[in-house]
Design a protein around this ligand. Structure first.
Ligand code: ATP
Length: 201
């Protein structure tokens, strides 16, 4: 399966871009959605997290107490690695299965951590939705009803833009109207269709 990774910082436009690909009939696997699925009640990752950290990681209804876990990681930075060692292989396996079952000529893997988690091993090309920081701030804070400061803190923990630009094969600049974004995606979509066809033959 020909997989195109799609990434970008918070509020960069990954969702609007992946929705556009989806409208063109292209399968989309969202790593964030998978990461949430694997810790749902009854899923093995949740069981392992409970085994590792204790019952306090669960809410009364059995769901993951994300807030408590976030706090714990904040207080004990080494716990992040332990948590990732549990969740990352399970997330990766689920992503691989979903990518393999896609029915379209190629498939998009949307992931904010495409480069950080080595998901690029799963992709043939990597597309960056690149957005100036002031627009990321404006759009994300408006969408989430969050303060600029909160979004700024998240941005400061993400891989810098220039590093993502360096690693990406394709870069689209999302600094105008949505129509401007879509117009840049159109030729890339045609290129991915062509490449996928060549690879398959
Ligand atoms: P996150 O990583 O935080 O989930 P994202 O990369 O998926 O963000 P989107 O949700 O697609 O980003 O976009 C952020 C917000 O900005 C959304 O409300 C979206 O509708 C809006 N937006 C994205 N691109 C544009 C644009 N070119 N013009 C106007 N609004 C835009």
């Amino acid at each position: 399966m020909y997989v195109v990774g799609l990434t970008g910082g918070i509020g960069s436009g990954k969702t609007v871009a992946s929705d556009w690909f989806s409208e063109q009939g292209i399968g989309v696997v969202d790593a964030d959605v998978v990461a949430r699925e694997v810790v749902q009640v009854g899923q093995p990752a949740l069981f392992h997290i409970q085994q590792q950290f204790g019952d306090w990681v669960l809410l009364e209804n059995g769901e993951l107490n994300r807030r408590a876990l976030r706090e714990h990681i904040f207080q004990h930075p080494e716990a992040k690695k332990i948590l990732e060692n549990i969740t990352h292989p399970i997330i990766r396996e689920s992503i691989i299965q979903k990518l393999a079952s896609a029915q379209s000529p190629y498939v998009i893997l949307v992931s904010p951590l495409l480069f950080e988690t080595e998901q690029t091993h799963l992709t043939r090309r990597n597309l960056l939705i690149d957005t100036p920081e002031h627009l990321q701030l404006e759009r994300a804070s408006q969408r989430d009803q969050s303060s600029h400061q909160h979004i700024q803190t998240i941005m400061s923990h993400q891989m810098p833009r220039h590093e993502k630009q360096r690693r990406a094969d394709d870069v689209v600049m999302n600094d105008g109207q949505l129509s401007h974004l879509y117009a840049q995606l159109e030729p890339l979509h045609r290129q991915y269709l062509d490449d996928a066809k060549k690879t398959a033959s």
